[in-house]
Design a binder for this molecule. Structure first.
Ligand SMILES: Cc1cc2nc3c(=O)[nH]c(=O)nc-3n(C[C@H](O)[C@H](O)[C@H](O)COP(=O)(O)OP(=O)(O)OC[C@H]3O[C@@H](n4cnc5c(N)ncnc54)[C@H](O)[C@@H]3O)c2cc1C
Length: 384
């Protein structure tokens, strides 16, 4: 279908990813989900197709595409499987973008080409036991000792942790006994002193890799820092802005996937002598689901388009994430209701969408935090 946001190139990307999802992802997802198995082979093929570096410039080995192309691909992947979609989104928006935006020339040349081609995966470490929504509560500390930093502490709930070769992370920075605020670093995950914890047992996103990372007297060269001490927190928060558009897209794909299952079911299932879509209570659920999907679509594409034009999209990205994630949770819940017991059991192939939807309201800033961001911007704009 045509859309005001999509040109011919976007539409051909959409068709390519749709076909890939159907043939290369869909046949394998039930097994991957049941076994909580990382989709290694699928991610390898996505790298070959250029999907792991869609928004990385061509000079660094990426596809040099815009944000609209990227969200279009995430929507198509998430319609079929959110774990594959988050592996790509965390690798791109979180694992690669801080480097592209804030890395030095040397850091970019060292890490970006392999990340862009999907030959290595990226991860992003912000969250700690005392630093979730309150990300400034970071306890991890990097102490300058001559020409290297010694890092102690750790991160929790890190996507792609055991599969990534490159990690960006935040840490307090101490130089000559002075706390200089939070800095952002980029390092290979093979660094001595970096250890990866066991796999988290999750409700959803089961084939995505989520683990703890420990830094134990980890020595990293002085030039591992991106920018200056004290700038890291702001940089990572900025990274989360465009990351939120990708979670909005992931939410939208999840919502569409669940809605389609319920729509198909409602056209087949008979009760009291007619298909259940003839009952107004079911038909109205479908109408509400489709309307929520449409409004999420506009918010996600609007935020992506504005970002492509170079605007500050702090508010629009938060709105896209808030609306789409809450819509995905509502739609997945209603999809199960429409499918009754068949929705509740695995064979109905819709309960995975429900399990995958909940995290969308939590990761990369909870719904409550999105409301804080949006309301702050509204008040800021009112004052100015
Ligand atoms: C599967 C998964 C993957 C993840 N991947 C990554 C990753 O790759 N990298 C990374 O760094 N992190 C990652 N995270 C962590 C995620 O970003 C955090 O869980 C999230 O930011 C929320 O932090 P928290 O869980 O500590 O919740 P808390 O901050 O403890 O919040 C608990 C509750 O309190 C509410 N709350 C807190 N503060 C306020 C406030 N000021 N006003 C109103 N309500 C408030 C929250 O909204 C929430 O409802 C991941 C988490 C999961 C589960």
């Amino acid at each position: 279908m045509k859309s005001v946001y999509l040109n011919d190139q976007h539409i051909s990307i959409r068709e390519m990813v749709r076909e890939f999802s159907k043939t290369e992802i869909e046949p394998f997802i039930d097994k991957l989900d049941a076994n909580e198995e990382f989709p290694t082979e699928i991610i390898r093929k996505m790298g070959e197709l250029g999907l792991m570096g869609m928004i990385i410039p061509e000079k660094y080995g990426g596809s040099g595409l815009d944000m609209i192309s990227y969200v279009t691909a995430i929507i198509e992947l998430a319609k079929v499987d959110a774990s594959v979609a988050i592996t790509m989104a965390a690798h791109t928006s979180l694992g690669s973008m801080p480097l592209l935006k804030y890395g030095s020339k040397e850091q970019k040349e060292k890490f970006l080409p392999k990340l862009a081609k999907g030959q290595t995966l990226g991860a992003f470490g912000l969250t700690e036991p005392n630093a979730g929504s309150d990300a400034g509560g970071t306890k991890t500390k990097a102490t300058l000792k001559g020409d290297y930093y010694e890092v102690n502490g750790g991160k929790i709930f890190i996507t792609n942790a055991s599969k990534a070769s490159v990690l960006s992370f935040t840490s307090k920075v101490e130089i000559e006994g002075k706390n200089l605020g939070i800095g952002a670093f980029i390092i290979p995950t093979s660094t001595k002193g970096l250890e990866i914890g066991g796999k988290e047992k999750k409700m959803g996103w089961r084939s995505s890799d989520t683990r703890q990372i420990f830094f134990n007297k980890m020595r990293i060269p002085k030039d591992s820092m991106m920018g200056k001490p004290g700038e890291g927190f702001k940089k990572f928060l900025k990274t989360l802005v465009s990351g939120r558009i990708s979670i909005g897209a992931l939410s939208l794909g999840t919502a569409i996937g669940a809605y389609k299952k319920a729509l198909n079911y409602s056209c087949e299932r008979k009760s009291f002598g007619k298909t259940i879509n003839k009952f107004q209570s079911v038909a109205f659920k479908l109408a509400d689901m489709a309307t929520k999907i449409e409004s999420s679509k506009h918010l996600v594409y609007n935020a992506a388009w504005l970002q492509d034009q170079g605007f500050d999209v702090t508010k629009e990205a938060a709105m896209a994430k808030l609306q789409s994630s809450e819509a995905a949770m509502d739609i997945a819940t209603e999809a199960i209701q429409i499918m009754g017991a068949n929705g509740y059991v695995r064979e109905g192939k819709v309960e995975r969408y429900f399990r995958d939807a909940k995290i969308l309201e939590i990761g990369e800033g909870t719904s409550e935090i999105q409301r804080i961001i949006i309301s702050r911007k509204l008040i800021e704009n009112y004052k100015s």
